[in-house]
Design a binder for this molecule. Structure first.
Ligand code: GTP
Ligand code: MG
Length: 405
């Protein structure tokens, strides 16, 4: 009898213990998804989760942009990310496979694992089977596509004198212009200036990623969504001056192409001309957005106004006779044509492209975004680089902590 009572008591205790344990690990009755949505982003634990991840308990999954949007959770509690019409884009050679894989991992780990955006790879030569198979095997979210660039986007236009171009390259090399002697570099810059967006016609936004880059911070917010919601058209993460001898004749053509008041009347044009010229348009101050990181609304480049601008530059043949980079070509247009509010500077991504690093100056931002970078190595605010400050001044932005005018 005594033994039976004892077994009963133990049994009841056991059942109570099991019930208590279960109630801790499952979503308690009455906690709705929308309650967990209201939690601040910083308390969510970041885990490697992708689309289709099930929420088993509140706070388990950090996808702030999804969590912030109740409608993104379907009835079964599965995550279904609200993707924008956007893609990553890389121009890359077959020989750069290892560096490309490294960039894919960087983007995947710091951002795309939670979203799954597509990625378009372009090459002036057909991609090898090895390149495509290996790249595909690195994708856990998003779809890679491989494109061979049509010849007309990567060849001499018929008005360019190839002998003169070859002579110019020798001169540029002698004058120690960076990549001055490289023919392929010129095709690359012309392609990135005037043609890349034709390969992305089914997308609205693109994010350019080069082989061998690094992201040293988590990118929590979806920049594409920020762009659409904030009516942004151009996003940069690094600002700096261009080498003077690479763009000698560029400003003359820009001045001839745009009406004079684009450079002086920021009231009429509501632009950021003063970011690129310190003297009302007389000279180019060499400031530009470093376009190896570039997120943009592709309609910016697809529009007639950009086409006319690019055609005016291209007609001079100076993509071949000089060594104009796509960074100043894009930046000058963005500064003259966009409204300042349409341009965004992302200072929390922790971006590295040899040899320059952007690292958030704000300690809290570094912690929240789990950055692995040294703010003292940040290039945007280097003492010799006045372009970052210039941009912030013209935008009326507050400087980051520790930076003075
Ligand atoms: N397919 C292909 N891609 C190229 C070629 N030249 C450059 N690229 C790519 O174009 C982008 C820019 O070229 P880079 O050589 O990195 O130029 P950069 O960034 O100014 O210079 P680095 O300091 O060397 O990185 C990279 O994504 C390259 O992989 C080429 O001849 N063929
Ligand atoms: Mg590069």
């Amino acid at each position: 009898m005594w033994r039976h009572k004892c077994s009963l008591a133990i049994g009841i205790l056991l059942v109570l213990f099991i019930m208590m344990t279960v109630s801790v690990t499952r979503i308690p009755q009455g906690i709705t998804i929308s309650e967990s949505i209201k939690r601040p982003a910083s308390i969510f634990k970041q885990t490697d989760v992708g689309p289709g991840t099930t929420i088993t308990r509140p706070g388990q999954v950090l996808i702030p942009e999804l969590i912030a949007d109740e409608a993104a959770l379907n009835v079964t509690g599965h995550m279904s990310p609200r993707l924008e019409n956007a893609t990553f884009f890389s121009l890359v050679r077959n020989s750069e496979l290892d560096q490309m894989l490294s960039s894919i991992r960087e983007v995947q780990d710091r951002f795309n694992i939670r979203f799954g955006y597509d990625w378009v790879f372009a090459n002036d030569k057909p991609f090898t089977e090895e390149f495509m198979t290996t790249v595909r095997s690195y994708f856990t979210s998003g779809t890679p596509q491989f494109v061979t660039i049509p010849r007309e986007y990567w060849s001499y236009p018929d008005w360019v004198d190839k002998d003169r171009a070859a002579e110019s390259r020798r001169d540029a090399e002698n004058q120690r212009v960076m990549y001055g002697g490289s023919e392929s570099y010129r095709h690359m810059c012309r392609f990135n200036s005037g043609f890349f967006f034709y390969l992305l016609s089914s997308y609205r936004y693109y994010w350019r990623v080069e082989p061998g880059i690094k992201f040293s911070c988590d990118i929590i917010d979806d920049p594409f969504r920020l762009m659409r919601e904030g009516s942004k058209k151009y996003v940069s993460a690094m600002i700096m001056p261009e080498g003077e001898n690479a763009v000698k004749g560029l400003w003359t053509v820009v001045r001839q192409h745009f009406p004079a008041d684009f450079f002086t009347s920021q009231v009429d044009h509501n632009n950021l001309a003063s970011f690129i010229t310190d003297d009302g348009g007389l000279t180019y101050n060499l400031c530009h957005f470093w376009s190896n990181f570039e997120i943009a609304d592709l309609d910016l480049f697809r529009g007639e106004q950009y086409q006319e601008y690019f055609n005016a530059l291209d007609a001079t043949g100076n993509f071949f006779y000089e060594r104009w980079g796509d960074a100043p070509v894009h930046s000058i247009y963005v500064a003259l044509v966009l409204q300042p509010s349409e341009i965004m500077f992302l200072d929390t991504v922790g971006y590295y492209h040899k040899p320059n690093h952007a690292c958030p100056r704000d300690e809290t931002a570094r912690k929240v975004n789990r950055c692995l970078c040294d703010p003292n190595e940040d290039w945007n605010w280097h003492t010799w680089n006045s372009c970052g400050k210039n941009y912030f001044k013209m935008q009326g932005h507050q400087l980051p902590p520790g930076i003075v005018w």
